[in-house]
Write a protein that binds this ligand. Structure first.
Ligand code: WTA
Length: 648
């Protein structure tokens, strides 16, 4: 486990909620007790906040590890997110306050959003998209990304959003795996002051074999794009559609989306989510964890729709709850390092949900940037994606939150669909760095190797011992892999892949991944995926990749490579390998550092001992190496690296 994180759990400062916050909070302390009494009835009550075209007959059908929630119920996700607000008289409320990176902005009310979603749904139907189809979405953070997702949901097609930072190869693999028949994209998006091409990457990806019939293209940057018969401009097709479209009701278990995430193998997993349970937990958690007051709050989650946080806490959760929210296209330092704070001031943002990596980046940039802007509108702060170190937590609270905003550190995963562990603002006294406890209706445990619960003060593996509404329903096309990955480590328990500890007061501390998954800037990347990208380079014979502690990104990718015979390690090699990984997977997987070695530490069964490489990558004394097949390997590696440094 990451050394930096071993300090977690020793922090005992506690921040109780203020009386004022508690008095107005959406969640009241008895919520835990109510949920404990009968958790199925509890989730049934939460589901009743959605609009159901037909009510369910049964809350849960659990054939471990396969769950069906709200069995027999029928609903439409897009109807719940949009139509309902307009029909109930909230059409003039702003849904999106869009801020483009170059400074352009758009406000979209719920009524306008409904028109756009209906037109887009009609366009999808015209392109032959039907219930049960899959649509790949590869977009910048612009309102059309959410419109496209909602239009898919409206017609019953599952969307598969692929983050705009992924390469053509990664996009192709995802299009192929889900067998998508349509891609929705944009010419490009504005990032870091320039126009980043997206359509060109789609064109590159579609040179591979797919069943994609059309590519629907939003004009965002105006940059030049190649156009073929397959391609259609959004403004030519969507804008001309009728704004009448009746949302059809789908089964509660109808597929809503697939979202790919890295596992411990080279092949990403298509995490499958369905409708009723997912929407129930996404909207419930959004209401209680962020204490949303839809008439008053200006909510901002900085995640991209390409990640699960963007699905649950930009699109479905907030829209179902009728929130007014900011979405921002660009990077936090464009055109200046105070951009996020400037936007908070401009719109009077009250709730901010972001990631520790950005918080630590702000700390590094200096307090003068937030201090230049009025952040007094903020009343609640959230964190997600990786453990937040106590220093960053305290800084977030003081400098961004003026010392009077509750902080919710929310633990969850692409697989869990919605928040599972988090303080409830107004109820929980929070400790900096701890996600505190499971939400009402959710049950998690920390267990040892034999699945025995550890007591307070103990550490082990985080497991979930009861089904939850927004749980993944499987891995797209791979039912066995679903069982194997999540349900085989401990009998009858969902194993999340995270280490955790309970402190003496029973508060939960997440300690990072215990498997071969790295967490870089809150994004999951598998070591094997990067290794296989490296060995696909002509110069590389073997590669081992580890996540090493990094002050800003949490972990950074460090690769150890063995060159093929006859290849010399010149100074261009490192650059060439880094570019190769970027091309194969995307910029998020670009290694920070690549070290050429002559051997890799392996056990007798051939498994790479990443722990030892991590010691090297983090400049520590190398730990116990007695299980190595060749005990001298680590010495060779360390000496090799030292002489390499001297040559530099
Ligand atoms: C990590 C993101 C500690 C964890 C929503 C998990 C966290 C993985 C936290 C899921 C947190 C997420 N504290 N660790 N508050 N939130 N993680 O699928 O290792 O992109 O397993 O979902 O991120 O990442 P994913």
């Amino acid at each position: 486990m990451n050394e930096a994180l071993s300090n977690l759990g020793n922090e005992n400062r506690s921040f109780p909620p203020s009386k004022e916050f508690a008095a107005q909070a959406n969640a009241k302390p008895d919520i835990y007790e109510m949920a404990d009494k009968d958790y199925l009835a509890f989730w049934g009550r939460q589901a009743s906040n959605l609009y159901w075209h037909r009510k369910w007959d049964q809350v849960l059908d659990w054939q471990s590890p396969f769950a069906k929630w709200f069995v027999g119920g029928k609903l439409n996700a897009s109807y719940n997110a949009v139509d309902r607000h307009v029909l109930e008289g909230r059409g003039d409320r702003v849904a999106f306050l869009f801020e483009g990176e170059p400074g352009d902005s758009r406000q979209i009310t719920y009524s306008q959003l409904l028109i756009e979603v209906k037109k887009c749904a009609n366009a999808l139907a015209q392109l032959g998209i039907r219930s049960g189809d899959r649509v790949a979405i590869y977009m910048p953070m612009i309102p059309e990304a959410a419109i496209a997702m909602l239009a898919c949901a409206r017609v019953g097609a599952a969307h598969s959003v692929v983050f705009g930072g992924f390469s053509a190869d990664s996009l192709l693999a995802r299009i192929q795996d889900a067998d998508a028949s349509l891609v929705i994209t944009a010419d490009g998006g504005f990032r870091k002051g320039g126009a980043l091409a997206l359509k060109a990457i789609v064109d590159e990806a579609l040179k591979g074999k797919t069943h994609v019939k059309n590519v629907l293209v939003v004009r965002r940057t105006g940059q030049e794009v190649a156009f073929s018969d397959r391609d259609i401009w959004w403004h030519d097709l969507v804008d001309k559609q009728s704004s009448d479209h009746e949302a059809q009701a789908f089964d509660s278990e109808h597929p809503l989306f697939i979202l790919y995430t890295s596992g411990t193998t080279a092949k990403p997993k298509g995490i499958s989510h369905t409708t009723g349970g997912y929407l129930t937990q996404a909207s419930f958690t959004h209401r209680v964890v962020f204490d949303l007051k839809p008439e008053k709050d200006i909510y901002w989650c900085t995640a991209d729709v390409g990640w699960i946080t963007g699905h649950s806490y930009v699109v479905y959760g907030p829209l179902i709850n009728g929130a007014t929210q900011v979405i921002y296209e660009g990077t936090p330092d464009t055109p200046h390092k105070g951009r996020i704070f400037e936007i908070i001031e401009k719109y009077g943002v009250t709730i901010l949900y972001t990631a520790p990596t950005l918080i630590r980046t702000w700390m590094k940039w200096g307090d003068e940037h937030p201090n230049r802007f009025n952040l007094k509108s903020l009343r609640l702060l959230g964190s997600v994606g990786e453990p937040i170190n106590p220093e960053a937590w305290i800084w977030y609270r003081k400098v961004i939150g003026s010392d009077n905003c509750p902080i919710v550190d929310t633990w969850w995963q692409t697989e869990t669909g919605a928040i599972m562990i988090s303080p409830l603002p107004g109820i929980t006294a929070t400790k900096p760095g701890s996600a505190m406890r499971a939400l009402p209706g959710i049950s998690v445990k920390v267990v040892d190797n034999e699945a025995r619960e550890v007591g307070n003060g103990g550490g082990g593996y985080l497991v979930i011992d009861r089904p939850w509404p927004s749980m993944l329903r499987g891995i797209w096309g791979e039912p066995e892999r679903y069982k194997q990955t999540y349900w085989s480590r401990f009998d009858g328990l969902y194993f999340a892949g995270d280490g955790a500890k309970l402190d003496n007061d029973g508060a939960l501390w997440l300690l990072g991944r215990v498997d071969d998954v790295m967490n870089v800037s809150g994004h999951r990347i598998s070591t094997t995926e990067v290794e296989s990208a490296l060995v696909s380079h002509a110069s590389i014979a073997e590669a081992a990749v580890v996540g090493a502690k990094d002050e800003i990104t949490g972990q950074a990718i460090v690769a150890f490579v063995i060159l093929r015979g006859g290849v010399a390690a010149d100074k261009d090699l490192e650059q060439s390998l880094k570019s190769h990984v970027t091309k194969e997977i995307g910029a998020i997987a670009r290694p920070r550092q690549i070290m050429v070695v002559s051997e890799l530490p392996k056990t007798r069964s051939g498994k790479i001992m990443r722990r030892l490489l991590r010691d090297v990558a983090e400049n520590r004394a190398v730990g116990d190496a007695t299980t190595l097949a060749d005990p001298n390997v680590m010495k060779l590696i360390s000496e090799g690296l030292k002489s390499e440094k001297r040559e530099d």
